[in-house]
Design a protein around this ligand. Structure first.
Ligand SMILES: [Zn+2]
Length: 120
């Protein structure tokens, strides 16, 4: 609404002259126009977590199978997916435990076999 500065009549915004007293009405104050700006706020770019594909897992599994511990170390240092890094850490522990257990078992087995052979 435009308020007439002379008589105080409220006039519609599109009126340029007061219908009551004939005073020329001032131009309406410009309405704030949304320009599509962001007022300086820039949303952070969405970064999806890297995902290891089935082919990627196949490659890592193959590497870990062929090169125990070393393969997992390579995987831990070069995998981009945090889950793959965690898997590599777990793989190093599993393979280290397996190595120790198999060493113990083979030692025990050799001792048992030796005693069997000596007693024959
Ligand atoms: Zn007026």
């Amino acid at each position: 609404m435009k308020l007439c500065p002379n008589c105080g009549t409220q006039n519609a915004d599109h009126f340029t002259q007061c219908p009551n007293c004939g005073t020329i009405l001032p131009a309406a104050a410009p309405q704030p126009v949304y320009s599509g700006g962001t007022n300086g706020y820039v949303p952070p770019a969405y970064q999806a977590a890297p995902v290891t594909t089935a082919g990627g897992w196949f490659g890592w599994s193959l590497l870990c199978g062929i090169l125990p511990i070393i393969g997992a170390l390579i995987m831990m240092s070069s995998a981009k997916d945090p889950s793959a890094k965690n898997f590599a850490k777990a793989m190093i522990i599993v393979q280290a435990v397996t190595f120790v257990l198999s060493a113990l078992c083979s030692t025990t087995l050799r001792t048992v076999l030796q005693s069997v052979v000596e007693n024959m």
